[in-house]
Design a protein around this ligand. Sequence first.
Ligand SMILES: [Zn+2]
Length: 150
Amino acid sequence: MVKYALQCLSCQSPFEAWFSGSDAFDQQKEKGLITCPECGSSDVKKQIMAPSVSGTKKRGDTVPAASTPDQKMAEMMRAVRDHIASTHEYVGSDFAKTARAMHEGEAEAKPVWGETTLEEAKELIEDGVSAVRLPEAATPAKPVDQKKLN
Ligand SMILES: [Zn+2]
């Protein structure tokens, strides 16, 4: 049996599944038998695994079972998400506009997060505006818009 880390291409949620062998994954995927537990889509792929970045670690060092790279990554993502949620202001779809205004000194610089279109993101990078794309796991829940509630 082999366990694969998979990712749904529809809703991006990661999940794991066991297969009898490496061929089994391909065969089952072809038949649409592998479905996302979140949204049921059969549009799934094997997750790209991040390379090990433990630069100082000597070859042959044992990694404690409780601290696999997956878990470390998940913890890191959670830390990033909590950090953003507590220190960054959510600006929603105004992100590109806000980031550019701050970059050009037209607005007071402050940590913000929000959404952009792919096009806007490309323009920001081309204009030298520093912004990073958040991985799904590091994206905080959107704050409730108070204005819409009133
Ligand atoms: Zn899904």
